[in-house]
Design a protein around this ligand. Structure first.
Ligand code: A2P
Length: 302
């Protein structure tokens, strides 16, 4: 089972990826994921582990297991780096940490900007975030220049709503439109309107937290019940001898949403990849769609 790779843009349809977040087991996890067949790796400067991701990729290339062009690495422009003159140097810093020549996809992580500087989460004396006025269209032009320079094969966005997407799409002189928009997406938050809008504009939705994320109260809205305990997902899973997690992932890829399940557990990394040997019926897809609660786990209160 292998995933096709395309360096210039996401293909239509489901893809699976391994987002990397802060933890020292990242190196091992990425190597296991590559051995399992994952090719799309979702990273970010603010996950502080791009050095491990880069090392894992380079080790697997050195082993002869993969070639660089087999990997689809997504990096992200953080909120403090939106001023156009910071965009290319920020990407160059990421490439230096990764020790790679290019990223396959570079995305604006969030549509709002923080004050540029060393602090990743700049706050004032009252503990309030210090925002920064920037022009998203100017940031986008700097992203386009990164693509022209060959530092990013494709460019996209994340956490953009329809209005913010339209601002880019309607920008006079637009050179490249975003190939993707990475947003929270799973059976409890199905994003039907945004999905339709993005479909119409040929923008791929990449769904983060496709398993309903963790139950870490410091950043997760735990008032929404745990997705993987859902009776419908579990009942459908029983029919196919699959877990609720596999059903949730299958649901997303069957509706054309790319999924980036996160796991540091080797068994679950493998489990999350075993979703290409069954398919959900139309009735099951509708049943799962009906689970939508329109509630986010990741509220991004900033
Ligand atoms: P772990 O890293 O211990 O596997 P999301 O991808 O929606 O953000 O969810 C990530 C969370 O789900 C993590 O806490 C991860 O824990 C857990 N997880 C990942 N895969 C599975 C799975 N197949 N079954 C149950 N929990 C999982």
């Amino acid at each position: 089972m292998s995933l096709s790779q395309q360096n210039n843009a996401y293909e239509k349809g489901g893809r699976i990826a391994l987002p990397c977040v802060t933890e020292s087991s990242c190196l091992e996890s990425v190597k296991i994921a590559i051995d399992t067949g994952y090719r799309h790796i979702d990273g970010a400067f603010v996950y502080y582990n791009e050095h491990e991701v880069g090392q894992a990729i380079r080790e697997k290339i050195a082993e002869g297991r993969i070639k660089r062009e087999d990997i689809f690495y997504c990096g992200k422009l953080w909120n403090t780096c939106h001023p156009p003159e910071l965009v290319r140097p920020t990407l160059e810093k990421t490439l230096k940490i990764l020790q790679l020549d290019y990223v396959d996809l570079y995305i604006i992580e969030l549509p709002m900007a923080f004050k540029p500087g060393e602090a990743i989460y700049p706050k004032d004396e009252n503990g309030k975030f210090i925002y920064h006025e920037t022009d998203l269209c100017a940031t986008w032009e700097a992203m386009e220049a990164c693509k022209d320079a060959g530092l990013a094969k494709s460019i996209g966005v994340s956490n953009f709503n329809r209005r913010q997407l339209e601002m880019i799409l309607n920008k006079p002189g637009l050179k490249y439109k975003p190939v993707s928009n990475q947003v929270e997406c799973h059976p409890y938050f199905t994003q039907p309107k945004l999905l339709e809008f993005c479909r119409q504009h040929d923008i791929v939705i990449v769904g983060y937290s496709p398993l309903g994320t963790s139950r870490d109260e410091s950043w997760v809205n735990v008032s929404s019940p745990p997705l993987l305990k859902d009776p419908v997902l579990n009942a459908i899973g029983k029919k196919y001898n699959k877990t609720a997690a596999q059903v949730a992932l299958r649901f997303s890829i069957q509706r054309g949403v790319v999924v980036i399940p996160k796991s540091f557990n080797p068994q679950r990394i493998r489990e999350n990849f075993q979703i290409f040997d069954f398919s959900l019926t139309e009735k099951e897809m509708k049943e799962i769609e009906a689970l939508n609660k329109n509630v986010r786990y990741v509220e991004l209160l900033m």
